[in-house]
Design a protein around this ligand. Structure first.
Ligand code: PLP
Length: 431
């Protein structure tokens, strides 16, 4: 791994990581933070402001991880901070309804024609897990169909990866997931109509839902054609199977109505997370009023949460989404991102930068398109690891894995992007 001594001071991060390893498995509370795929010691972050973060040794970075997506306004946006302070001073949780829940719901539902009712939970994983239960409860079917190369959080039914063959019951991608769960999850490759057709002919009237990241952004950025998503919509309708868009990353990122709005395709259930909570733990799932009426206490599908709709988190979400709704917000963000990405593209060869909205992904490849997990070149990760540490040394912070996408926030100025672009170009040229 990266044994080379850093030119930056890293003493405090290293000390904190040693200590953390005595408290947490692998020294972290979420695995990818441990830097295993790039090697070296994770930086402990002390502070963030706008497009910048500072680590525990005082090093400053332009941040493209943005907490893995939630921070579309950048770090410590003054409006979000103020909303959080105002809310928390009135009490942090009641376990009873508050007006703030109504306000966030109103903000979302009145600007999103794809869902009529919503339920707030506390993470993306929880949103997806609950939405799957809803799909099963609503259709009275057990099987679900997912795609290789999409991530949907860590609930049992979804920690399943493809086995061998086009349509498979996968293998678990985690110890501790019973075989019985795996047998209810069908795994297909992305961008492959035949596989999905075969699944429907094999399991007629058994599939409760197809779940997909309509903009798959957790295993590289595997942009699908609109015609493929439309095909999924149609085959679901024909088979009375629900189409579930997992928009935990793409929701409020690719425009306010996410991928559903971008492609103008209406799924039956949508899950949200990340941006929706303004940097605090919020997830949500939404659907038509009719489908949502199956959720408890109205319906028979049970789902609950002590901290669901937490007032402080709701306030942060309201403050953030209010900014997102301002005229030109997404256009400006996309324009800035395009300029950044295009400038890098024009100056280097041997790589591709795929992007959509304010999401980008650097891939070391000559391929024009990468739409399936298996099309990602394994060597790409080796190259990524090499440039990763150089970028850190020079003050650019990306998520610590070549499979992770980067995010541009409202706080990134053209000067920040120009500077980061130059550093990225310089280091790609070296390899
Ligand atoms: C991040 C993510 C999740 C999981 O959300 P958590 O808040 O980490 O539990 C699920 N689905 C998608 C598409 C995601 O990007």
């Amino acid at each position: 791994m990266n044994k080379k001594k850093s030119r930056q001071k890293r003493d405090r991060s290293e000390k904190l990581f040693e200590k953390a390893k005595t408290y947490f498995p692998g020294g972290v509370n979420s695995p990818v933070r441990a830097f295993r795929s790039v090697g070296g010691t994770p930086l402990f972050i002390e502070q963030g402001k706008g497009a910048y973060i500072w680590d525990a040794d005082g090093n400053k970075f332009i941040d493209f991880c943005c907490s893995w997506g939630p921070l579309i306004l950048g770090h410590a946006n003054p409006k979000v901070v103020k909303a959080i302070k105002t809310a928390v001073e009135k009490g942090s949780s009641f376990g009873a309804p508050t007006e703030l829940e109504n306000k966030l719901a109103e903000l979302i539902l009145s600007n999103n024609k794809y869902i009529e009712k919503i339920r707030f939970v506390s993470s993306g994983t929880e949103a997806v897990m609950s939405a799957i239960r809803l799909a099963r409860g609503y259709t009275k079917r057990n099987k679900i169909l997912k795609f290789e190369g999409c991530y949907h959080g860590h609930s049992d039914s979804l920690l399943v990866k493809a086995g061998s063959g086009l349509v498979t019951f996968g293998n678990t991608s985690s110890a501790g997931v019973p075989e019985a769960f795996v047998n209810e999850t069908i795994v297909c490759p992305l961008n492959n109509k035949e596989a999905v057709k075969e699944a429907f002919s094999k399991f007629k009237n058994e599939i409760a839902c197809i779940i997909i990241e309509p903009i798959p952004a957790n295993n590289g950025l595997l942009l699908q054609d609109k015609s493929y998503l439309q095909f999924l919509r149609d085959i679901c309708t024909e088979n009375k199977t629900l189409l579930l868009f997992d928009e935990v990353i793409s929701g409020f990122r690719i425009g306010f109505t996410g991928a559903a709005g971008f492609y103008n395709i209406k799924p039956d259930i949508i899950t949200y997370g990340k941006i929706i909570g303004g940097g605090l733990p919020v997830g949500a799932y939404g659907a038509s009023a009719e489908i949502m009426s199956h959720i408890s206490p109205e319906g028979a599908v049970y789902q609950a949460g002590t901290l669901s709709g937490n007032p402080v988190a709701m306030a942060a979400g309201i403050a953030q989404l209010t900014e997102c709704l301002k005229k030109g917000f997404y256009e400006k963000l996309e324009k800035k991102t395009n300029a950044f990405v295009t400038s890098i593209r024009n100056q280097v060869s041997g790589i591709k930068i795929f992007s959509i909205g304010s999401i980008f992904w650097i891939a070391f490849t000559d391929k024009e398109k990468i739409q399936r997990a298996e099309e990602i070149d394994g060597d790409s990760m080796k190259h990524f690891r090499k440039i990763y540490h150089e970028l850190l040394e020079q003050g650019v912070y990306l998520g610590p894995s070549g499979y992770e996408v980067g995010f541009v926030s409202e706080a990134h100025t053209e000067a920040d992007l120009k500077k980061a672009g130059e550093i990225i170009v310089k280091n790609i040229r070296k390899i």
